[in-house]
Design a protein around this ligand. Sequence first.
Ligand code: AMP
Ligand code: GLY
Length: 423
Amino acid sequence: MNILVLGSGGREHTLTWKLAQSPLLHNLYVAPGNAGTASIATNIAMNVNDFEAIGNFSKENQIDIVVVGPEDPLVNGIHDYFLHDEALQGIHVIGPQKEAAELEGSKEFAKQFMMRHNIPTAAYQSFTKDTVEAGCEFLTTLQSPYVLKADGLAAGKGVLIIKDLQEAQDSLREMLVDAKFGDASTKVVIEEFLDGIELSCFVLTDGKNYLTLPTAKDYKRIGEGDTGLNTGGMGAVSPVPFADAEFMEKIETRIIQPTIEGFQKDNLPYKGFVFIGLIKVGNDPFVIEYNVRMGDPETEVVIPRLENDLAAIFQAVGNQTLDKISLQIKEEAATTIMVVSGGYPEAYEKGKEITGIENIEDSIVFHAGTKLTDGKVVTNGGRVLAVTSHANTYEEAIKKSYQNIKKLHFDKMYYRKDIGFDL
Ligand code: AMP
Ligand code: GLY
């Protein structure tokens, strides 16, 4: 099999690392990849949204499966592009078509989907420029804090949680009238605030059958104690200790099953990952959001716990034979700690030489924002490396990652020292 992975982060290095272990594999390519993927596969300099280049490359290199890492190309319709080209339609694309990708691309689409299929989520209403005053009025009927969500993709920055009513109303006007998030905030979803602890569950579906992957919890804020700005994620733990069998059963019956059945009822073909962001309120799960891809850094803890052959699993997704596969998951916990560039998630410098990777023992270093320059691994992004460890308990695994991180070095390197603190 020849496989092409699209993306360049820690998620893609992890998927590539796992695929590279498959005996079914012949050639493995990553576009554009990073210094980590370059060491185990062939990096191809292609933009993930350049469908023509990706299509041509896939034809020329007899690609069998394209694994789409990030959401952008899915929301832009890469799967549809392949289906509409006779020479490409036999290639399995892992990731939904454009219409179902709206589950991530539009908060309102996701809310309507959940309402239609009775999937528990926060009550909401959505507003546009023309109904901004009704939106301000609606806010007065809710309790503080107020949750405002830009409808479209806003690079993880489109959700505001505001305590003060006046401030929430001002922000609503900024989003709708002053286009605070550009086109993404042409519509705004206002929803009820849910108070609880967050976790994520991951499902892989072929549109008919599905497999539930391990749960994970990520740490989104830059600062210790979950303070400061939001990031892509600073660390993750799997499994989530508070998601016991009884709670998982609720997630399965109230959320996962109606979601997969919902795809079929709504005639939304879906082959790929569904990342369900959940919040546990009391003892009940509610959906915060859907993503149509794996999480990053959640992938760095979920995929290493998988014992199955990932290439075989993706093939089964393509052939709609996922019912033939039974998942084998390592009992051990996995944790990952993100090592980032000083300044991230605001401005940071790139091109800093990274040393010490070769001294890591008993942890796996997944590359995120790295590249090779003159044979040296240098920083090339905000999130630079994810250090993943396994152990019997998540506490021991975290300890291993921290011991290994001490051996790494680059100028202005930063990481959170409290991953797992709240568990
Ligand atoms: P989202 O982009 O929808 O995942 O929202 C980003 C973050 O905002 C989530 O991870 C939650 O921490 C928080 N959030 C979103 N919606 C709600 C809600 N209804 N109640 C409480 N927190 C929320
Ligand atoms: N870590 C959160 C995400 O991938 O969206």
